[in-house]
Design a protein around this ligand. Structure first.
Ligand SMILES: Nc1ncnc2c1ncn2[C@@H]1O[C@H](COP(=O)(O)OP(=O)(O)O)[C@@H](O)[C@H]1O
Ligand SMILES: [Mg+2]
Length: 428
């Protein structure tokens, strides 16, 4: 414990002016602030307005006496925790006990022994302050613990999901491989077969009526045109599945214990691919344009899976902000000022860091929101839509895992820009 003098605001409640004078003078001289009430009722009114750190309470007073005053103080949640000390006559053992039973912390006896009063007052103030401090600390620690717990759960979920996605992407890769590997030969065979058919048709000018009838029934001319197109579109579809499964694999890349050299652009592209369904046009708005302005970046030592998580959180927020800005705007209005997310990457001037910007022309934020966005659990979104963890996790990944920085610029009604800087070699 330190030796700085402990002072506080002490309320003295007594109906005898001489008592008040003696004790308040002693307390003021010791550096305390003193407030005075000459009856129990007044004391109760005063504590409502301004909370003292300690109350010295006379027992015998006209109106409600000290015991009743103490009872009421203890019954009120606002004043319950303020320590109360009774002032009693020396010989009055009954009252001392009664006071303590009512919740008083101590008593001092009249006539006052100044040293004793000051010591007891100091002790109880000290206890009171320590308790308050402890409660505050417990509250803070509990909040921090809850936030950390939530973050762990979120991370666990993501990592489980990541494993699942990586597993599925891996499983899809084989069958997609068969398909894409066999479509071209199938197309070649089809071409060969039709070539043969052409030859047969050319060499024998007269088919039997049965053959002629069948040619007509199956509409051979149509098949000849349509079959290659049909298989061609299958090829297109298979290629798309291949892209998606590739993106999933890149996105959900399991992170190793140490960072590895990665292509940042691959990570961003795979994230865009995964969010593609949220970029598409709907009845109410045209599609969200993604404008890439990629610089020439070297490979960066990083935890790619986690960085992709950051890209995902930033892009998802930008899409949310655009959707919110679209509320109340007509299709034509949006079309004239289209929803855009610009993603720009470049090397810093000293070539030691990569800079990645995500800029949207969505809702933007007011200053008071902007100041809190990186806090755990801070969200302006409806329950179930926002968790308030996205940016807290993003900041942790960028700052703690990669030794980088992340900050936001935003103008309400205009848009928001997040800028990330990651040192090229310094991932921790
Ligand atoms: N691009 C953005 N434009 C406008 N506001 C944003 C943007 N990104 C984040 N915010 C604000 O920051 C808050 C916190 O974001 P985040 O931590 O991702 O949690 P959540 O998205 O679950 O609300 C959001 O609720 C939103 O108010
Ligand atoms: Mg978010």
């Amino acid at each position: 414990m330190n030796s700085t003098p402990i002072t506080g605001l002490i309320l003295i409640v007594d109906d005898t002016p001489t008592n008040l004078d003696v004790i308040s003078e002693a307390l003021v001289n010791a550096g305390h602030n003193v407030a005075i009430a000459t009856s129990g009722e007044r004391a109760l009114q005063q504590v409502e307005r301004r909370q003292p750190d300690l109350i010295l309470l006379d027992v015998m007073m006209p109106g409600i006496d000290g015991f009743e005053t103490c009872k009421r103080l203890k019954a009120n949640a606002k004043t319950r925790d303020i320590p109360v000390m009774f002032m009693t006559a020396v010989a009055d053992l009954d009252n001392k006990v009664k006071g303590l039973k009512l919740g008083a912390v101590d008593y001092i006896t009249k006539p006052f022994q100044e040293e004793e009063v000051l010591t007891r007052v100091k002790t109880h103030l000290q206890l009171y302050f320590l308790t308050q401090n402890l409660e505050q600390q417990v509250e803070q620690k509990t909040a921090a613990l809850q936030a950390a717990q939530l973050q762990i759960i979120q991370r666990e979920k993501l990592s489980a999901l990541g494993n699942l996605v990586a597993g599925i992407a891996h499983e899809i890769a084989n069958p997609v491989g068969f398909l894409s590997g066999n479509i071209q030969p199938a197309l070649d065979y089809i071409k060969d077969l039709f070539g043969l058919l052409d030859l047969v048709q050319k060499e024998s000018s007269n088919f039997s009526p049965a053959i002629e009838k069948e040619i007509e029934a199956i509409d051979l001319e149509f098949i000849r045109k349509d079959l290659p197109q049909l298989v061609g579109s299958m090829k297109e579809g298979v290629n798309r599945i291949k892209d998606i499964s590739n993106s999933l694999r890149i996105f959900a890349r399991a992170d190793s214990i140490s960072p590895i050299a990665c292509n940042i652009h691959d990570g961003i592209d795979s994230t865009i691919m995964i969010l593609k369904h949220r970029l598409k046009a709907s009845d109410t708005h045209p599609d969200i344009q993604i404008i890439k302005d990629y610089g020439d970046l070297p490979l960066v030592e990083c935890y790619a899976g986690q960085l992709n998580q950051v890209f995902m959180n930033l892009l998802a927020n930008a899409i949310d902000a655009l959707e919110e800005a679209n509320i109340g705007r007509s299709y034509a209005e949006i079309q004239s000022n289209p929803n855009q997310i610009i993603i720009k990457t470049e090397l810093s001037e000293d070539r030691q860091r990569v800079i990645i910007c995500f800029k949207d022309n969505g809702m933007g934020m007011i200053e008071s929101v902007k100041q809190n966005i990186f806090d755990h659990l801070f969200t302006t979104k409806a329950v179930g839509k926002g968790t308030g963890l996205g940016l807290a996790i993003a900041r942790q990944i960028i700052e703690e895992k990669h030794g980088g920085t992340i900050h936001a610029d935003s103008t309400f009604g205009v848009g928001t820009e997040f800028t990330i800087a990651i040192p090229i070699k310094e991932a921790i």
